[in-house]
Design a protein. Structure first.
Length: 324
């Protein structure tokens, strides 16, 4: 369930656009006013506000907000106001522009989303950047990421973003048994970049893979992710574990992303923003519940403790909590 609190009834898109204009006009920006509006509108409403603003003021609302805001608050608001699939395209592009590409973002998009959602992200990416996501993955992961992991690592990411998995609920138990055995043999031989391992993880449906992972655990008394534990500095092993976690238990995976973002020295604002902004409108409530069970502290309190200013106020609004 979503944590986003949407005002009902909400003002018309034009009224919201006019109030946003008042918040950004003159000396100083009324950040709280922006949060009061945009922090309580769903994706369809935000899109309508953007259109109404542009039609009425002949100005791109996103560019105006980029000019008015700064820091982590600006980045969070920018990502929030984009259409969801356009936002994912931006997140993927930013991840690829890092000196060492952030494989987690690409794996989340490829492995958590449905095949149709992934296809929509790739269309948005091509529309925005005039290149395919596959093309950029192939070119951007050919240097540092290969050196840091293995020369095959780009093959894994390319396979994940290129696939269109079957999305049904049917499973083949005999296939789960045989592919569980293949995975165990390859992991046991430390053949982590073997083509067969990449083929299984990138082409099988999520239901089929979960049957395979469950069979692996039943047969070997340990999970595939635990079998892939090794050198903490091995980014390719970490990428494989991320693939399995995103497919087998995405909500638990995102809780861990948040926990790492908030518990390590120095808050990882990029990861914190990414999870909250992309999930506030759909399933962040479930992630919050898992976070509380795992850490014995609410996500709201953890965010309030580790963030400040308008950035904190905005994240708490998306979390459904404006009491801090």
């Amino acid at each position: 369930m979503a944590t986003l609190v949407v005002h009902d009834p909400a003002p018309s898109p034009l009224e919201d656009a006019q109030n946003i204009r008042k918040a950004v006009e003159g000396w100083g920006t009324n950040e709280k006013g922006l949060i009061a509006i945009l922090g309580h509108r769903n994706a369809a409403q935000r899109k309508s506000i953007r259109l109404a603003y542009e039609e009425h003021y002949h100005e791109d609302l996103i560019k105006r907000l980029e000019h008015e805001l700064s820091g982590d608050f600006e980045k969070a608001m920018y990502r929030w106001i984009l259409d969801p699939r356009e936002r994912d395209a931006v997140l993927a592009n930013v991840a690829l522009r890092h000196a060492l590409p952030d494989y987690r973002v690409l794996i989340e998009i490829a492995c958590v989303y449905s095949p149709d959602e992934l296809l929509a992200v790739k269309r948005a990416y091509q529309c925005r950047y005039k290149r395919s996501l596959e093309e950029d993955v192939a070119s951007h992961t050919s240097g540092d990421f290969r050196k840091a992991c293995t020369k095959i690592s780009s093959t894994l990411l390319f396979a994940l973003v290129s696939t269109y998995r079957y999305d049904g609920i049917e499973i083949n138990e005999h296939l789960a048994i045989s592919e569980s055995k293949i995975l165990h043999e390859l992991i046991d031989k430390k053949a982590f970049s073997d083509d067969e391992l990449i083929r299984i993880l990138s082409t099988r449906s999520k239901e089929q893979l979960n049957a395979t992972f469950n069979r692996y655990k039943d047969d070997h008394k340990t999970s595939a992710t635990k079998s892939l534990l090794g050198d903490p500095a091995d980014e390719f092993l970490a990428a494989l574990r991320t693939v399995i976690r995103c497919i087998s238990s995405p909500m638990k995976y995102f809780e861990k992303v948040l926990r790492n973002a908030l518990s390590h020295p120095g808050t990882d604002e990029d990861a914190l923003t990414r999870v909250i902004v992309t999930h506030a409108g759909k399933d962040l409530k479930e992630i919050k519940e898992i976070y509380y069970k795992r850490n014995n502290v609410t996500l709201d309190n953890a965010v309030a403790k580790d963030t400040s200013g308008d950035y904190k106020v905005f994240l708490l609004a998306l979390l459904g909590n404006e009491g801090h």
